[in-house]
Design a protein around this ligand. Structure first.
Ligand SMILES: Cc1ncc(COP(=O)(O)OP(=O)(O)O)c(N)n1
Ligand SMILES: Cc1ncsc1CCOP(=O)(O)O
Length: 215
């Protein structure tokens, strides 16, 4: 379990990077999201060779530190350690969560994909996850085959769990309020953020939704 200061930062828009052939363009897009107020970024890069992923992770590490934002790495504990990222996000094919917690130590953030499976989320909490992610909340252009996590599941998750709850998949600034009403802590977004004509303005719109949900 990460420390309380880190955990308090797990709220708001969670920008998950799109696959971009051009690392410079990716960095510019993430910088725009950070300028708009996004404070949690995930490097999700399944296509680049290792050297390029390392370069991207280093660049994102510098950018997130400049903006006081968290950087999490999808799938790859070794890369997390190499760039001293704030933590990792792991899915069902990415190894054992309890072992990941042991390898990461107590301070780093551990996130777990739980699809539409509350029992899996309870096990992830026991294994030391700091947040659990359910999705797809809505049909996802990035992952059309993803499980369907209903709004009702998010309500139930908020009651059953003490860890933070993240929604992912097909989220837009228009449908996000339904998830925020269920008490979701993090909205993980790719398409609606990174395909926006003005990424900084879209990130700011999400942050405003969180502020409104809190008041
Ligand atoms: C925040 C967040 N939630 C879910 C996922 C999906 O993870 P996974 O199931 O391991 O699938 P891939 O992302 O590896 O295709 C995620 N990356 N981030
Ligand atoms: C990685 C992942 N896991 C479930 S849906 C998804 C993709 C989310 O991307 P988008 O915001 O474009 O639907």
């Amino acid at each position: 379990m990460a420390n309380p200061e880190q955990l308090a930062r797990l709220r708001g828009l969670y920008a998950v990077t799109p696959e971009r052939a051009d690392g410079g363009a990716l960095l510019a897009d993430v910088e725009a999201a950070l300028a708009g107020g996004c404070r949690v970024v995930q490097l999700r890069d399944k296509l680049s060779p290792m050297a390029e992923r390392l370069a991207r992770a280093r660049a994102l590490r510098a950018a997130t530190l400049r903006h006081g934002a968290l950087l999490l790495i999808n799938d790859d504990l070794a890369l997390c350690r190499l760039v001293d990222a704030d933590g990792v996000h792991l899915g069902r094919d990415d190894g054992d969560l309890a072992q990941a917690r042991r390898l990461l130590g107590p301070e780093k953030i551990l996130g777990a994909s739980c699809y539409a499976d509350l029992a899996r989320a309870q096990a992830a909490e026991q294994a030391g996850a700091d947040y659990v992610a359910f999705g797809a909340a809505f049909p996802s252009p990035t992952k059309p085959e993803a499980a369907n996590a209903t709004v009702d599941l998010f309500f139930r998750a908020k009651t059953a769990l003490t860890v933070k709850v993240c929604a992912i998949g097909g989220i837009t600034a228009a449908n996000a309020p339904t998830l925020l009403a269920a008490g979701v802590d993090l909205l993980a977004v790719i398409t609606d953020l990174f395909s926006a004509p003005d990424i900084a303005a879209r990130a700011a719109a999400y942050q405003r939704l969180f502020e409104e949900a809190q008041s």
